[in-house]
Write a protein that binds this ligand. Structure first.
Ligand code: SF4
Ligand code: SF4
Length: 221
């Protein structure tokens, strides 16, 4: 899941400079689950904007993810009258959702959230980053624990010389990712894999912006 947080109202109002009436679009998947862009948050944002002197023409939360252009296009179409009476859209989703709306709407579009990371949800208050979307997953070699994300140095072979009592030298409050990998391999009876030297990561596989066209890929096979 993509983890987001709401921006301070002051920042949102500042970015809306001079806009008098906005329409809000929330995301029914990640932001709704994480409590930053669902129905409750959209209604709350509407009330806070009104207090700040900005009128709202209404709000909608996309049933699917806002970053899915297929369904967001329909949502915009269904709400075209309210949107036409607005002079901006404020989107409560990750940055991908905001940009999806921007590509579909001919009004100025603004983000209400900060996009933080791709995470495992432990419960509805606690989530932790588990994947940096590096483009070439090495979890098969690391007992399904990601050193690219969990080791601050992103080491492909660890631990470095700085770990102490299982904790990371960069942050003594955090477990060393490579100690965790060792312990899991040992628990799974795979300790022999630990000493295999892994190739350095090829960061050319982490090129941004990413782009995929599955149809073109099939055609070239
Ligand atoms: S190795 Fe790369 S793709 Fe796999 S979990 Fe880590 S960051 Fe994500
Ligand atoms: S102590 Fe462990 S997690 Fe921290 S930088 Fe070194 S290898 Fe990476």
């Amino acid at each position: 899941m993509i983890i987001t947080e709401q921006k301070e109202l002051e920042e949102i109002v500042r970015s809306l400079r001079g806009r008098r009436r906005v329409f809000l679009i929330g995301c029914g998947v990640c932001a709704a689950t994480w409590g930053t862009g669902g129905e409750k948050e959209a209604a709350g944002m509407e009330a806070r904007l009104k207090e700040a002197g900005i009128d709202c023409a209404g709000w909608i939360v996309t049933e699917e993810a806002t970053c899915d252009a297929r369904t967001t296009r329909r949502v915009i179409r269904r709400n075209r009258e309210a949107i036409a009476s607005s002079d901006a859209l404020l989107v409560l989703s990750c940055g991908a959702g905001v940009q999806t709306v921007a590509a579909l709407a001919d009004l100025p579009v603004y983000p209400a959230l900060n996009t933080l990371f791709l995470a495992r949800i432990q419960n509805l208050s606690v989530s932790d980053e588990r994947c940096r979307l590096c483009g070439a997953c090495i979890l098969a070699e690391t007992a399904a624990i990601c050193p690219v994300t969990l080791c601050p140095k992103g080491l492909a072979n660890g631990p470095c010389g700085g770990y102490e009592d299982g904790m990371c030298e960069v942050d003594r409050e955090r477990d060393c990712a490579w100690v965790a990998i060792y312990e899991r391999m040992e628990a799974l009876g795979q300790r022999g894999q630990f000493t295999v030297i892994r190739e350095p990561k090829d960061w050319r596989e982490d090129l941004h912006p990413g782009f995929v066209n599955k149809r073109a890929q099939k055609a070239s096979v």
